[in-house]
Design a protein around this ligand. Structure first.
Ligand code: ZN
Ligand code: ZN
Length: 363
């Protein structure tokens, strides 16, 4: 396969050499192998998990109880959209795409061989190669990237701004957490955290039409955005006693469902305390440190269902439809778009968390 005439041989890319050691470097533009697609990256979101990886969290770099999962000398970036530049007939047929199409790929590149993949539980694939964390799957903080033959690729409307289209990844994750919660029509649902993930959880929970969707955060402007995304009610946890307020709203029983998307250890105890007996707790966050709670609330006190959620399996089409439908205030969610060279500024913006919601790089 010959390369398109206009294609450069080198490109700028962010390279992760290890925690707090990321550099913008000139590297070769990758060449697609059999069944792969070469993509010109249009936008890549910076995720809270990118920041935790940057700061060296144990989940990525290991500790006494687990080996490192992330690898060095990898281009980060797992929330992305781009245009197809080059692909062979096998890739075009597998994904139903052509040169010029705008496409996202799911962040996980399943092996399709392990027990989980063979059972359809591809998002928990044992080797767990994700774009932006492994050498086999370089990410999108670069001008070009490859969609591996094992990737799951979806078309997106060319009419969306690139940063909005790249929001399909975090939104799919939010929607999966909502699916895990198994929301019923009479439920009072509390979503903790009104960042990019929490806002998507609120939109997803609202789409299930429960009795009440309540958003929690400490920033008034994020609470306002939560109401635009579908929260019936918001509570500022810095100003109000959330547990008392939720009990007041539920005849003293507590909420039916709590979906945690803050990553703050204090939000865990808060959720256990504001749930009713036999309630459902969904944990989505990646924590930077251990969390300590009294587990007897889960057993003896309330007999709770505590569920984890990871990635956005089978939720990508719904996330893309939701973004394309225009029901979300995407201009207000995608607050910052920076050039690739400003990746450090982007990480800092996500780190401070105050002035930004979703920060994206535009390579
Ligand atoms: Zn992410
Ligand atoms: Zn697998």
């Amino acid at each position: 396969m010959s390369s398109p005439a206009a294609l450069p041989t080198s490109m700028n890319a962010v390279i992760c050499h290890g925690p707090e050691n990321y550099e913008l470097q000139e590297v070769a533009v990758p060449r697609p192998g059999p069944g792969e697609a070469l993509i010109k990256v249009e936008a890549v979101g910076i995720c809270a998990s990118d920041l935790k990886c940057y700061h060296g969290a144990a989940k990525f770099w290991g500790d006494d109880t687990r080996p490192a999962w992330a690898e060095t000398e990898v281009i980060p970036g797992h929330e992305f959209v781009g245009k197809v530049v080059e692909l062979d007939a096998a890739a075009a047929e597998r994904w139903g795409i052509a040169v010029g199409d705008r496409v996202v790929s799911e962040q996980i590149v399943p092996c399709w061989k392990c027990r989980y993949c063979l059972r359809g539980q591809y998002w928990m694939c044992a080797p767990h190669d994700m774009f932006g964390f492994k050498r086999r799957t370089p990410g999108a903080m670069a001008e070009y990237m490859l969609y591996s033959a094992d990737a799951l690729v979806h078309k997106v409307s060319p009419d969306l701004p690139p940063a909005h289209a790249a929001f399909a990844e975090p939104l799919a994750c939010s929607l999966h957490a909502v699916e895990r919660a198994n929301i019923q029509f009479e439920d009072v649902v509390v979503v903790a955290g009104c960042g990019p993930i929490g806002l998507g959880m609120i939109a997803g929970a609202k789409a299930k039409s429960p009795a009440l969707v309540i958003g929690l955060d400490v920033a008034p402007e994020k609470l306002a955005l939560a109401r635009e995304c579908g929260a019936d009610l918001t509570i500022n946890v810095a100003e109000e006693d959330v547990v008392a307020k939720v009990k007041e709203l539920t005849d003293g029983y507590g909420a039916d469902v709590y979906i945690e998307g803050t990553g703050h250890p204090s939000a865990v105890a808060q959720g256990l305390n504001l749930l009713r007996k036999l309630g459902t707790y969904v944990e989505y966050s990646v924590f930077g440190s251990d969390v300590t709670v009294d587990w007897s609330i889960i057993s003896d006190d309330k007999e709770l269902d505590v569920l984890g959620a990871h990635l956005g399996p089978n939720c990508w089409p719904a996330a893309i439809r939701m973004i394309e439908s225009g029901i979300l205030p995407m201009d207000k969610i995608c607050t910052h778009q920076l050039p690739l060279a400003d990746f450090q500024k982007g990480l800092d913006l996500v780190s401070s968390g105050k002035e930004s919601v979703k920060v994206s790089l535009i390579p």
